[in-house]
Design a protein around this ligand. Sequence first.
Ligand code: ATP
Length: 287
Amino acid sequence: MNAILHINNLTNHYPGFTLDHVSLDIPKGCIMGLIGENGAGKSTTINAILGLIHKDEGEVTFWGEELSEESSSIKENIGVVFDETNFYDTLTLEQIGKISAAGYTQWRPEVYSDYLTKFGLDPQKEIKALSKGMKMKLSIAVALSHDPKLLILDEATSGLDPVMRDDLLDVFLDFVQDEEHSILVSSHITSDLEKIADYITFIHEGKLLFCKSKDELRYNYGIIRCGAAVFDSIDKNDVLAYRKSDYQWDVLVADKEKAQREHKDAVIDSPTLDDILLLYVKGDHIK
Ligand SMILES: Nc1ncnc2c1ncn2[C@@H]1O[C@H](COP(=O)(O)OP(=O)(O)OP(=O)(O)O)[C@@H](O)[C@H]1O
């Protein structure tokens, strides 16, 4: 795999929480969606990758190099957007552009100006006059305008309306089009990830449960909806997780075709990311 970002055994301890030996590669030209329940460790992973918090163990390299104080060219190649912005309230968007131009050697004023127009943001407005969603759009415009090769977004689209999010999904798809750029995006809006992500990484209680291509999850995974008799007949080695509600069992399996062959009368659906997340987090697991 031609990795832009390589994470090996990333570990971080907080009282009562451990990010536990997370390993992950982000290849060129791909969108990696990061999912997991609240408190799973998504932001901790992103903060540790970016060196914003100390890591207790593990290695992180961007384009084969570790981030350090001196690695300014690596930093310029990473655009970062968090769910909260920290621009000074009294600055206008135009001033933000000028400050960014001084800070980034690759700053492209015409790209910034185009994004402000595209996102409906007035360059003369002050930050304090922007809504939360507008601030998010501004952060995304800034991140995209210093010509990064990797975009890291931590819950950056959750405050945006569906129309704006849809527009942004197109921007993100364009961004990775040339196969040189990649995106790591954590989001609770899994329907957005279903539209754009190539791979999904699922973090649960600080551990990486899986990193799989979206197509594998979409086409190979299945949920068997069945009663007690079928449930008893399922080979439990095939079961990733299951939930029982009244008289129905929902059983998550990784091989939908096999399940269809073996349980011809059972209803077997293709799971959404939310289904998978719910079954892993709230379901039972065969020990
Ligand atoms: N600075 C900190 N000090 C102590 N514990 C922390 C700190 N930051 C995060 N944690 C803990 O680490 C765990 C993971 O938090 P994290 O913010 O990474 O989760 P998340 O998956 O991003 O959740 P969410 O979806 O709610 O944003 C939580 O139990 C949280 O309480």
